[in-house]
Write a protein that binds this ligand. Structure first.
Ligand SMILES: *Cc1c(COP(=O)(O)O)cnc(C)c1O
Length: 471
């Protein structure tokens, strides 16, 4: 590249439009309708500054004033589009990972969405409209959850990590917590059982080995400092082969014999038997309690299929102690989470969880259900003329439960594989990801794969139209 003379550069820089000129352009007027004057002016300054920098560092152009104005408004438009794409926005999950942590974990049910909408304004969060007096926040949803799980009482906090931290802080700080070495797990990067324990002020007392721990290992470790026995469901991995760990009732007997609490963190939070979708290894909240756990914690947005929240279930005396603890105020949830949870639980009460809760509905779809949808989808796509150049194929594959639950379960599915004669798979994937709304897909075996398991039927038309305009 030829270094330019400073005269040449100065001429270009001088011909760059002024901020006011750009602001008067049609592009800027259109953007200002959505972004407002101040934000638009900020983006215009950024656009001109970027171009100025670029001309300084490398330019041999000889654009005139008009061309420079077009360059600037194009840049402005690009900045605005990036700005719009930056926030939290709706996406279509075509990955087949049902509880997708990066995509907001569980999508809310229709009932939960309606409940959030209703609670968004003033609502009866802490008001008893029947009696014209103050009510307890969360009471209804806590009662509903207690009823569904068969526990005495329930308390809702911000997420399961907060629930675990809270329980350990209140019941074990200053003392020892006995846990099997096989359960010192890390769940999703920043939730590590040993770290949470340390933060809570309790001391870890690890027993047994990674693959085998016996009741006698626990018993030997119990001393005067022991406060509770902790069992953690190793949600996101599975040890197979030569393994052993005591049943929950055995642990409960041991804990209670020594006057200790048995606390189980089950994480994934199945409220009902999920064996019909082959999630046989997932602990069920009610069963843990029936088996003798004094306190159980789990997430609201994993297998339960609700909003981010942590549920603490157990005996009334323990839950009461948590509810009146000063730390509770810092960990409690807002009205939107209560509303969403209540909407979600209503589907369980009505025995409609498998049809109304999106994660359960998606996981229960059979391979042949998805095959039918995928076949129809391809047929409809072929009917859209502009999609004629895409190569479409139905391919057997697997979807995943995700969210650190049921790592060993593979849900058989049928994928729609896309390739294009001129676009590389990477470009194809990128175009889908940058569409509006973004369609997030996997790339497998040199094809872009769409798994309809995680695409709602009501979203299919949208995906069809996006694919049809890919050319
Ligand atoms: C997922 C999980 C957590 C963390 O739950 P969040 O709701 O994400 O805070 C804690 N414990 C176990 C066993 C889990 O599976």
């Amino acid at each position: 590249m030829q270094p330019k003379t400073s005269n040449h550069l100065n001429a270009i820089l001088q011909n760059l439009p002024s901020i006011d000129e750009v602001l008067r352009s049609l592009t800027a007027r259109r953007i200002a309708l959505d972004a407002g004057e101040r934000q638009t002016a900020k983006m215009v300054r950024r656009a001109t500054e970027e171009l100025r920098q670029e001309f300084r560092s490398n330019s041999n152009g000889d654009q005139g004033k008009e061309e420079l104005l077009v360059l600037t408004t194009d840049r402005l438009d690009r900045i605005w589009r990036a700005e719009q794409a930056a926030g939290t926005r709706r996406v279509i999950n075509a990955t087949g990972v049902v509880i997708h942590t990066n995509l907001g974990r569980s999508p809310l049910s229709e009932l939960a969405r309606e409940a959030v909408q209703n609670a968004a304004g003033y609502c009866s969060l802490e008001y008893d409209t029947g009696r014209r007096q103050r009510g307890r926040r969360g009471q209804r949803v806590e009662e509903l959850m207690a009823e569904l799980t068969g526990v005495e009482d329930v308390l809702i906090v911000n997420n399961c990590a907060a629930a675990a931290f809270f329980v350990l802080s209140v019941f074990a700080a200053g003392g020892e917590v006995v846990i099997s070495r096989g359960e010192l797990v890390e769940i999703g990067g920043d939730f590590r059982v040993p770290d949470v324990l340390a933060q809570s002020g309790a001391t870890l007392c690890e027993v047994g080995t990674t693959n085998r721990t016996k009741v006698s290992d626990y018993e030997k470790a119990i001393g005067s400092e022991t406060r509770l026995i902790l069992r953690v469901h190793p949600s996101n991995y599975k040890i197979v082969g030569f393994t052993a760990s005591p049943d929950l009732p055995e642990l409960a007997t041991l804990a209670h014999k020594h006057g200790l609490l048995l606390y189980e963190d089950i994480g994934s939070g199945a409220l009902i038997d999920l064996s019909r979708i082959r999630l046989i290894d997932e602990p069920i909240v009610g069963r843990s309690i029936a088996d003798g756990a004094d306190i159980v914690t789990f997430s609201g947005d994993k297998l339960l299929g609700g909003p981010q929240s942590g549920i603490i279930a157990g005996k009334k005396e323990h839950i009461d102690r948590l509810r009146s603890h000063p730390l509770y105020r810092a960990l409690r949830v807002d009205k939107l989470a209560y509303a969403a949870l209540e909407g979600t639980l209503n589907s369980y009460s009505r025995d409609e969880a498998f049809s109304e809760i999106p994660v359960l509905r998606m996981m229960s779809a059979s391979k042949s259900d998805i095959n039918d949808r995928a076949t129809r989808f391809i047929g409809r796509l072929a009917g859209k003329t502009s999609a004629g150049r895409l190569d479409l194929a139905l391919i057997d594959g697997v979807s995943a439960v995700g969210g650190g639950a049921a790592p060993a379960v593979h849900l058989e599915t049928v994928l729609i594989g896309l390739t294009h004669p001129e676009l590389s798979v990477r470009r194809l994937e990128e175009s889908l990801r940058k569409s509006d709304p973004p369609v997030i897909c996997r790339i497998v075996d040199d094809r872009v794969m769409i798994d309809l398991r995680t695409v709602a039927e009501t979203e299919e038309e949208l995906v069809l139209n996006i694919i049809a305009t890919l050319n």
